[in-house]
Design a protein around this ligand. Structure first.
Ligand SMILES: [Zn+2]
Length: 319
């Protein structure tokens, strides 16, 4: 009998999950990430959270087989090194696996957060039973993890699967967080959708979006759904554009890697059929071959817990 902890570190909150050796979640805890503390103190803060998690489940630390981390940035998986992390600048360049192993006193292993979520959905979630699957999270950004021939793809520097920055547009009108204008994120993330709506409103397009959101600066995917229900043409245009960006991204995945399962999660994906009916329609227009050899679009079954499940799976893969 042993236990595994899976820790999903975000820019604002960190989720900790304790799993038994059958990969059943037995205890869960969410703490504030406190990025202002800096790397060493943040790691200590997470270690305290781990102690709290173990105490709540009445499990001794000696029963822990290991701890897996999902991190919001590029992780050099073999080295355990965090290469980039816009929301955790003090963590960049640190060997997370080594530093956490030394502090926590148990073997620790780290990977990118979208990669671990992909692993979770593939192993115990909506993608279970598939072999070639991409997990896509659509929220303020667009993240992705790819399973090919049953294996999670890392690539040379751990940066495989950066779907959000695939070039899918040449409109040049909305800037991505990375500074360029052609990325999936600029078309289809919550931020990209809101920025496009604001641009069109500034151009003089009439819409009920500013009124629904209480000001143009507060427009989000949720308001776009509300405005569509009221027949707002701009909201429809914003959503069509977002669906086009994702359909092109999935087209690229199908052509390049021939994945046939897309599992989707993240806040914007909660638009559900409103968004995905449009994506699927456009996807099949782009690639008629898929009518015979289809792509399956499935909502995440683990939701916000995909990160902790997947982080734990790094330590002990499910059979
Ligand atoms: Zn970009």
């Amino acid at each position: 009998m042993y236990y595994i902890a899976g820790i999903d570190v975000g820019g604002t909150k960190t989720s900790l999950g304790l799993f038994d050796d059958k990969h059943t979640l037995v205890e869960k805890l969410v703490i504030a990430s406190e990025p202002s503390l800096g790397f060493e103190d943040m790691l200590r803060h997470i270690d305290e959270g781990l102690s709290e998690l173990l105490a709540a489940a009445m499990v001794d630390r000696s029963m822990l087989k290991g701890v897996g981390f999902g991190l919001p940035g590029h992780v050099h998986f073999e080295k355990g090194l965090l290469l980039t992390a816009p929301n955790l600048p003090t963590w960049v360049g640190k060997n997370i696996s080594d530093e956490a192993t030394a502090l926590f006193g148990v073997p620790c292993i780290a990977d990118n957060d979208a990669n671990v979520a992909a692993l979770a959905e593939f192993s115990v979630g909506a993608g279970a039973g598939s072999k070639n699957m991409a997990y896509v999270t659509i929220s303020t950004g667009v993240g992705c993890g790819i399973i090919l021939d049953g294996k999670l793809l890392h690539g040379a520097y751990g940066a495989a699967g950066e779907l959000g920055h695939l070039f899918v547009s040449d409109s040049g009108r909305v800037r991505c967080g990375c500074g360029k204008t052609s990325c999936v994120e600029a078309m289809s993330s919550g931020t990209g959708m809101a920025n496009y709506a604001r641009l069109r409103i500034a151009e003089g397009v009439r819409s009920i979006l500013p009124e629904l959101a209480g000001g143009v600066e507060h427009i989000s995917a949720k308001h776009i759904a509300l405005a569509i229900a009221k027949g707002d043409p701009l909201a429809e245009e914003v959503l069509e554009r977002a669906a086009e960006g994702l359909a092109r991204a999935f087209y690229n995945i199908y052509q390049l890697l021939n994945c046939n399962v897309i599992v989707y999660g993240g806040g914007v994906s909660k638009l559900g059929s409103l968004l995905f009916d449009r994506i699927e329609k456009r996807f099949y227009e782009l690639i008629p071959m898929a009518l015979e050899y289809p792509m399956h679009f499935l909502p995440s079954s683990l939701g916000d817990d995909a990160g902790i499940y997947g982080a734990a799976l790094l330590v002990s893969p499910s059979q």
